[in-house]
Design a protein around this ligand. Structure first.
Ligand code: SF4
Ligand code: SF4
Length: 449
């Protein structure tokens, strides 16, 4: 049986999993930002002039919602200063001059007893700096711990529904046994008997390979899923695999489910069985500006400009750098910004991929409504957004939009729907903050009377 959800679209997938994983030569200098996760940013543990080893912890924060960062090469610390971050702004970073020795400083692998102990596994996940590597970058240890006792369905996300990206598929094909062991560790740490691994059927080779390794031995069931975007969104995964509907504004844990990505499970394997922190990942580098697409094993901290050079350079002027896939990816603003733990893809696009049109006109076709996986009505949300009508934006649940881009993709008039909803959500946040500040000021005034 093939599982799926209602709505969604079928973009041109542009995937190239047949390109084998190549190793990207680490750059002369890596730039390791102290913020590569949702939560409290790390404080640098090293100073200019220090020598660091590959895998050495170089930044941490004791706050519960945080994840330490580690050196991805060995060498001398050149600077500890704000540098361009892939998600914008200047963020405190450690710049390391690579000595190309890769002198390691990994942790001891967990022993047989620890590999069965949820607390030992969770402590290791935290120490290795594992975050949601599907792009969400939420600290994994915190996410799993928060679900213990509340979550009875563990869903592993193997959809990889975003166009271009191949890292999860290639992880399944290249490291199948390690991946199953990583999922088993996440399952043990979560305190559940079974994990459901949802994989789109365009990865049939991976489904067959994983099934041939008897996933049931690890407490895992492979769940084949329809090829449809956004199958890999958490809410869609939970519905497709468990039939449970996450409420608007709610989280999967609200219906007793937790979703962990493929690459995250592999990182958990490396942390527990090999003692390796998160210092590299497969990054798909592609787009029409680039000479050829590459699936490259890339060190964290590799600047985008250098990465493009290593992938054969540009054949056309790049107009946009997109991090992740083209549907939900974020635009980077600097070639100097580096890859981070959540960077699954770096796409260099020319104006050919630019869907912008001046003064687009809605033709009231309703195609945006038919594809919205949240059952929203984008045409009306956009209309009220354009008028700045907060009351009606709220009535049409604009804040339930999770910015999947399906409506924009399906809109023949190329209305900038998703961009508008992103902006609207920020406007709601700003409005709430302003109202809160006003209420606090009023309360303080009242108290001082
Ligand atoms: S309204 Fe939001 S959730 Fe619905 S299709 Fe558009 S971007 Fe996706
Ligand atoms: S798909 Fe585009 S043109 Fe059609 S109703 Fe929606 S916003 Fe209007």
């Amino acid at each position: 049986m093939i599982h799926t959800f209602k709505g969604g679209v079928h973009p041109n997938y542009m995937k190239a999993p047949e390109i084998p994983v190549s190793v990207i030569t680490p750059p002369q200098q890596v730039v390791i930002p102290m913020a590569q996760h949702i939560g409290a940013p790390n404080k640098p543990l090293v100073a200019k002039g220090d020598y660091v080893k590959m895998g050495q912890k170089i930044g941490e924060n004791p706050a519960p919602v945080s994840a330490p960062v580690h050196a991805s090469v060995s060498g001398k610390v050149l600077a500890v200063e704000p540098r361009p971050h892939p998600l914008g702004d200047m963020i405190m970073s450690v710049v390391i001059e690579n000595d190309f020795q890769d002198t390691p400083d990994f942790m001891e692998p967990l022993n047989a007893e620890q590999l069965k102990d949820p607390d030992a596994i969770l402590a290791r996940i935290r120490a290795a700096g594992v975050v949601g590597m599907g792009g969400a970058m939420f600290p994994t240890a915190f996410k799993i711990r928060g679900g213990i006792g509340k979550v009875d369905k563990l869903v592993i996300n193997g959809a990889e529904c975003e166009p271009y990206l191949n890292g999860d598929h290639l992880t399944m094909l290249n490291y199948p046994e390690q991946l199953l062991k990583g999922i088993e560790l996440v399952r043990i740490a979560s305190g559940v008997d079974k994990a459901y691994y949802g994989i789109e059927v365009n990865k049939k080779d991976a489904i067959d390979l994983l099934n041939s390794l008897h996933p049931e031995k690890y407490g895992i069931e492979i769940v084949p899923e329809a090829v449809k975007y956004p199958q890999g969104a958490e809410k869609m995964q939970v519905y497709a695999v468990t039939g449970r509907q996450v409420k608007p504004g709610g989280l999967p844990s609200g219906v007793g489910a937790n979703v962990v990505s493929t690459r995250t499970c592999y990182a958990v394997y490396q942390a527990c069985y090999e003692g390796r922190p998160v210092i590299e990942r497969i990054v798909t580098v592609a787009g029409s500006a680039l000479a050829k697409p590459v699936n490259g094993l890339t060190r964290v901290g590799t600047p985008f400009g250098y990465l493009a050079e290593q992938c054969g350079g540009f054949v056309k002027d790049p107009r946009k750098i997109v991090l992740g896939g083209p549907m939900m990816g974020i635009c980077a603003t600097s070639f100097d910004a580096p890859t981070i733990k959540g960077t699954a893809g770096v796409l260099f696009f020319t104006e050919e991929e630019d869907r912008h049109v001046d003064e687009p006109q809605c033709i009231r076709c309703g195609k945006c409504i038919t594809v919205c996986p949240m059952k929203l009505e984008p045409v009306f949300m956009y209309m009220y957004y354009s008028k700045g009508d907060f009351e009606n934006m709220e009535k049409y649940h604009i804040t339930d939009c999770f910015e999947c881009g399906s409506c924009s993709f399906n809109c023949p008039a190329r209305m900038p729907l998703t961009h508008a909803f992103k902006t609207a959500k920020l406007m709601f946040q700003a409005k709430a903050a302003k109202e809160k500040a006003a209420a606090e000021a009023a309360a303080a005034k009242e108290a001082s009377k």
